[in-house]
Each structure stands twice: as C-alpha cells, then as structure tokens.
Write a protein that binds this ligand. Sequence first.
Ligand code: PLP
Length: 690
Amino acid sequence: MNTEIYLDSNATSVVLPAALAAASDAMGQRFGNPSSTHSTGLKAKVILDEARACAVRLLGVGNGRLMFNSGATEGIQTAVLSALCALRERRDAGEAIGTLLVYGTTEHKAVPESLAHWNRLLGLNLTLHKLPVDGNGVHQLAALREVASQAAMVCTMAANNETGVISDLAGIEAVLGETASRALWMVDCVQALGKLKLDLSSTRIDYAPFSGHKLHAPKGIGMLYVRAGVPFTPLIMGGGQEAGQRSGTENMAGIAALGVVLAALERGDTFRTEAELYSFRTRLADALRAALPGVVFNNSFEHALPTTLNFAVPGLSSRELMDVFDAAGVRVSAGSACSSSKAAPSYVLDAMGLPLWRSAGAIRMSFGPLVDEATIAAACVRIERCGAALRASCLIPSERSAGTYDGLLQLGVEGACSWLVLDAASHRCVVIDPLPDHVARIEAYVRCQNYQVRAVVCTQPNAGRTEMVEALGRHFNRAADADEYGWPLNAVAMPLENGVAASVIKLGAQVLASVRCDAAGEPRAYLLGTPDAACLPAAAVRFAFSARPLQQALSGITTARTLLCPTRDEHNQFCASMGTAPSATLAADLQLDGAALATFLQTHPNARLVDVREQYEFAATVAPSPAGKVALSVPLSRLAEHASTWLHDDAAPLVFFCRSGNRSMKAAQCLRRLGHPQAYSLNGGLALAT
Ligand code: PLP
C-alpha cells in the first residue's frame, strides 16, 4: 500500500518520470561532456542546446541571457552580485545611484541575505529597505512609489512560497516606470514556473532566477534569466562554460531532466489545466472546512496560485496539525519554522498582519501541476480521518462523545507541566498546577468528556489558578471554599501511614491526599492512591505530585514504588522514582534499529511494542505497525501512569516507537532511569520502519 500523499510541492516536488529517464540517459548513454568536440561530447551538447532553446521560447527570453546553474539561491546571488557590482562601478565613476536596496517583506530569505552579504562584501553600504505587503500579501504599490526613485535595486517575487500569493508585477512595473526609477529589478520566479504565464523580455524585469526542483525536475538545477543589455557579472569563473557566464562542467543530468519538464510545459500535454488545479483547491478547502471546524485560510484564494493552501485551526498548534497529517500519510509543512514544542511565527504571515495564532499555527498544503484527481480524492479522505482523530482526542469540538479518559494526563511545555487526575467511573477529576498554556486544552478535555472538576490545586501557595478556574465554567464549583493552594476546605480528614494527618478528596476508588506542610508558604505535595478502610498507607501511594523532589518530606508516607510526578520538568524526565536513584549513565543498547526489531521480537515474544505518539496520531495512522506487530498506544502524556504498572506488575520488555525516534527515546530513557531493565527505542521511528 502506498501510504504517502505528498502535498508539500512548494518545498520540493516529485521528479517527472520522463525527467528521471532523461537524467538517467544523460548519466548513462549520453554521459559526455558538452564541451568536448568529439562525438560523445556532441551528443551531450544536443541535450544542453535543446533544453536552453526550449527555456528561451517558453519564458520569452528574447535577446536576453539564459544560463543554467545550481538553483535559485545561486541565481539570486548572481543577480544581486551583478546589480551591486554595476552600482559600485557607476558610483566609482561619479554617477549618482540610488541609496536603497528594496525587497518585499515576504521574499524568500535568500533575497535579503544575499543583498546584505554582497552589500557588505562590496563595501556599498546601501540601506536595505523592506517593501510592505497588504493584508492579502500583495506588495503595497503606494509604498513602492514613495521609494522607487531612491531605489538602486528592487526585488519582488512573482509568487510567494508560503502562501502562493501572486505579485502584481504589472503594477510594480508601472510604478517603476511612472517614477522613472533607475533601479535594477529582480523577480524571483521560483514558485511561478509552470504556474504563471511568463514572457520575460516583454517586461522590464532585469533578473529572474528559477529552480528546477520546485517543478518536477531534480534538485541542484536552476536557471537565471538576465535581460538584454543589463549588467552582468559571473559568480563563478573557470573553464568558461555557459558562454563564460557560469563556469563549471554542466549538471547534465539536471539539465536533461529540466529540459524534459520545460518541453512538457511547452507542449501542454502533461500537466493539469488551470481549471483542474482550481477545482482541486476547492475540493481540498472543502474537505478541510468539513474536518476541522473553524479552520481559517491565511491566503486569500483570489490572490493566490491555485496550488497553495495555507491555513490555521483555532486551538491547534502547527506541530499538532503536522503530526496528525503525517500520521495519516499526508505530507504538509508548517507555515513557519517549527521547534520542538512551540512554533515560531511565520514572517510572511506576520507581514500580512495576521494574529499570532494564525501565523504560528500555520500549515501549508501545496501540490504541483502533475497532481492527479485520485491523489486529491485520497487526500480529502485522509483529511477527514485527521479531523475524526482530533475530535476523538477532544482537540477540536465534537458532537460525538469521545472515549472517556481515565487516569493521569501530563501536559508539558518547556520544562513545566500540568497534571490531570481523571476518574472515568465517577466523572470527577482534579487539575494540578495548571499552566496558562494548558488552560484551553484542559478546559476542552473537561468539557468534551463532561468531567466535574473537584479541585484545581497548586503545589505553591497563591500560584495562579484563577484563569483555569474561570475557564472551567459550570464544570467547577467556584463557590466552594479553598485554601491558598486551592485545596477544598471541605476535604475529609484521613490519616496517612503512621497516623500522619492529611485530608483527602475522593476520585472513585482512589483518593488524592494533600500533605500538610510544616511551615506556611512551603511547597506542598499531593499523593494519589487507593486507601484501605481508614487510612492511605505508604504502600498504597502510587503517585506523588510536587514542584520539586520532596524526598525527605515524603519519606515514611510513600514507598520506593511511588512515582514522583514533577510539575517542573526541565530535563523531560516525565516522572522520577522515590526509590534509590539509578545511575545517570544511560545504557548503550537503548536503541534498536528497524532491522534488529524483527529479531528482537522473535527472541522476546512477550515484548510490548508501545506507540508513544499522541492519541490523535495513533488514531489517524495509515502505515502498518513496525514489524507487523500490534502496538499499544501510550502517548508520552500518559507515560507516568503506565510506567507505574510496567515497573511493578508487568516486567515484559518494552520497545517504544514514535514518528522519528525522539519521543520514544525519551520514554525508553525514562523507563531505564526508573529501573526497567529492558526498555528500548526504535531508532528513526516510523519514518524509517515503514
Ligand atoms: N525563492 C523561493 C520563492 C523559493 O521558494 C525557494 C526555495 O524554497 C528559493 C528561492 C530557493 O531555491 P533553491 O532551493 O533552488 O535554492
């Protein structure tokens, strides 16, 4: 089964099969060097000449230059270097030049970085100036009009890579004309190739870089157009290839492949029509609206290429969306740079003035003109699958009642975490140390599962819990009195081991006990366990919650089997042991690779395969389990609870896995630290195993 649906074509695209064959031919049968004058060389030169002739016709190069290079980043360097060298020469000759290097705020980073780099290296000291875009992501022409006469160079992309927003190139050209601007004008055409009609020599565009891998050719091949008569300086000097414009033996496999793609574009018989691409976007957008209530599109469809959708969903981070799509085999990308837990906002969406949640939570879904109907239909089914998985996990509102959560839930963010103690039978729960970042998520769980929150408690006195309490609405009795830790005053007294006094609240068969502190203002711990008739003996305490290890305070009222659940977790330990601390050095055999897994499972038939991805990822998954063995779903947020069972009641070997091997590594480390002798992590995760 092909489980992968690739919808990330703005990042890179699948190579057209005929292009692959042409690349292979250029490395096999026609492997010659096009500069050689013998027959082998001449056969290779034909490939080069045909590809260039096709590009010249297709892009309307006219009398301009069209050179092959390694890709758009190189094309951008060459254009910027050419323009800036010419500007320096003019200035050195006493000519007045513009003072500004103007670039669109939403340009690919290659543009401002190249401008800054060459401006510095050439000692020009011009000022980099950002050209703002409007709410639709389109350059503000009025702002350009204000600076056009002072601009030495203007850089404006043809279409944006994150949003697909199409620039008003005719409008920009008109402004440059009206203001009699002498600026050299570069248009990054990477995302426009094959999607927008280009007739370069009929425009005022001076430089236009292209990249093959964005349009079904391989990586490492690109082109640069330079208008006839416009300044040009080679970036790379050497053997004089490409008419001396770009030295170095040509990437013939890449050129052959790109040539095939360009020829297909010219013939018009290989790629989907514009109308088909628009209808595909409509279908994907409808599927997203149906599956993800509240979804908002960050790009105005009216202003964008039909092949790019950019969206955000209230209450969901781009990390969560990426993970659920990836589990469903749909490859998309975060609209912004995504770190481990928090996504950085996208500078493109920020420039459009979008609120932070849309910018930081953005997902880009993009397809190429080679996409077919069956892929779009399959993608729509998978999108629905993602929606169902998120609804079942209470991450998006649902009419249907999701399976009820029971036990412990740990929500973590950057070294700190909140805990939920849930009892499904009585529908009661307690929230411990709710962090502001988790308030919305906890409220959603509680509401979606119709829990009654018995208490919202903190391990520090007067810690902020108001936001949580207010968010809970009818699910929490705010009128009940509580102390400065949020502990209800109507909790009943129950002694702990050795008659130590405590008060408890009941959660089904279990109780949560508040351990008295010796002095006012001290951090407090909470114990969870199943009491006997009149007391909560140390041996019955399974979990102790506290901000930091309170081993001393807890000794005598807990045992070595009690797991310590921290609300501060800088080292991603999830939970610690009350027993003797195991050695900090971690076993070298912690990781199993895909090949070793099958053997391991054969020699350890009782081993458990544990999927530590979130429940919504597990539910959305289409790929088979590693080694074909049924896996148990225990997200990291539920690890502490299961760790307690695995350590004391079930000694079977554990093989954790996740998407890439990161989360499973943390789980295996945690279990080893707690003293489990046979906890392993599947190296490379599902990405490599399936
Ligand atoms: N410009 C735009 C708009 C792009 O999307 C990209 C690639 O993401 C580049 C430039 C850089 O292209 P290349 O990968 O060919 O260097």
